[in-house]
Design a protein around this ligand. Structure first.
Ligand SMILES: Cc1ncc(COP(=O)(O)O)c(C=O)c1O
Length: 364
């Protein structure tokens, strides 16, 4: 029998998401600076809470992650009923796309926006539309120019991954004011906790100012160091949260993840340590790499974007780093083949990376 079963054509248009590599063939000691994970790891209290949850493995988790929603509501002064938790914010990106767009619709994002937005658009059969940027930064006017009557969702990561660039809240408000009411603005604040700029906001207050028109996404994968446990959350109007609840997986946030997330978001001391570490080492990396002649973009996340003279040189630099056990993120699928994205690491790893790139650039 020959099967004639076929996936939907728009599914085959998806180029599968390429996560940062974590292994190099033939190299035993690998230092991973490719996925924007926290170099300090999670709060000790979060680890302890996760271990404590091992006593309840036979039980299904509480399906709405109530304890996480309540801890977040307390921390940020939010309405717990407007928070939806899922197995990572990447899942929420997909849920929002499936909930609000379909074939014939358009989903808009910035040219170097997080690649999950394009994948989410294709997976629900909508057309991904990307707007040009200015100096590797989201350009509000370019986005507005591409809004059509088919546009349903605009995804905007602020700060953006992989560029690290960030828009002030006044620009985000201007964007929202000029967007039609039929367009949902999704503000992805995966790196919000790292931003130290007076004119910045992750946009939680905009959810109340523009009910039904703004959703904020956040994650426990970055500053809280819980990427392996998969916890992301959204903040929106209650109606939008109810729509997401209809589509979301029922038991996707495990009890281990929920308990660890609650401990993480209440351990302000550890969060501050992680933020201070980043505030010290991100500028250091920027400075050292710019002294080597690399073009550094002003990043507000826990990573830097290093530009080489050409894609060929960036590829060679990546090879040199990998051969010495250091993995950074190549960005060909973002149209940034001449760049490497480098996650801020612990001191030893940052120094090793700079030393290796010094060695490499000396030969150029
Ligand atoms: C901008 C942005 N949004 C969302 C995510 C997804 O994070 P997670 O699914 O781990 O919560 C990432 C991860 O790299 C990201 O960079």
């Amino acid at each position: 029998m020959t099967s004639t079963v076929k996936p939907l054509s728009h599914v085959m248009d998806i180029e599968p998401y390429l996560p940062g590599d974590s292994a190099v063939e033939g190299v035993t000691r690998v230092i991973k600076m490719s996925s924007n994970e926290s170099p300090l790891g999670p709060s000790p209290a979060a680890k302890q809470a996760a271990e404590g949850a091992l006593a309840e493995l036979e039980r299904y988790p509480e399906s709405s992650a109530r304890i996480v929603r309540e801890a977040l509501a307390e921390r940020y002064g939010l309405d717990a009923l407007r928070i939806v938790c899922e197995a990572g914010s990447e899942q929420l990106i997909n849920l929002i796309a499936r909930c609000y767009a379909g074939p014939g619709d358009e989903i808009l994002f910035s040219a170097h926006g997080f690649v999950a937005y394009k994948i989410a658009a294709l997976s629900c059969g909508a057309k991904p539309v990307s707007a040009p940027e200015t100096n590797l930064t989201t350009d509000v006017d370019a986005l507005l120019a591409l809004v059509s009557e088919r546009t349903r969702i605009l995804f905007l990561a602020n700060p953006n991954n992989p560029t690290g660039t960030c828009l002030p809240v006044a620009e985000i408000t201007r964007l929202r004011e000029k967007l039609p009411e039929s367009v949902l603005l999704v503000l992805d604040g995966a790196y919000a906790e790292y931003v130290d700029k007076e004119d910045y906001s992750a946009g939680l207050e905009m959810v109340t100012e523009y009910p039904g028109n703004v959703v904020v996404l956040r994650t426990f994968s970055k500053i809280y160091g819980l990427a392996a446990l998969r916890v992301g959350w959204s903040y929106s109007s209650r109606a939008l949260a109810m729509a997401l609840h209809r589509l979301r997986g029922v038991f996707t946030v495990s009890t281990i993840a929920q308990k660890a997330a609650v401990a993480a978001v209440t351990d302000l001391e550890h969060e501050n340590l992680a933020r201070e570490h980043n505030a010290r080492w991100r500028p250091w990396l920027n400075q050292k790499l710019s002294e080597l002649g690399l073009t550094m973009t002003e990043s507000h996340g826990n990573f830097v974007l290093a530009g080489f003279a050409s894609q060929e040189i960036a590829t060679e630099a990546d090879f040199h780093l990998r051969s010495n056990g250091v993995i950074t993120r190549t960005l060909r699928e973002y149209g940034l083949g001449d760049c490497l994205r480098i996650t801020v690491g612990v001191e030893e790893h940052n120094r090793l990376l700079v030393g290796l790139l010094q060695e490499f650039m000396a030969g150029k």
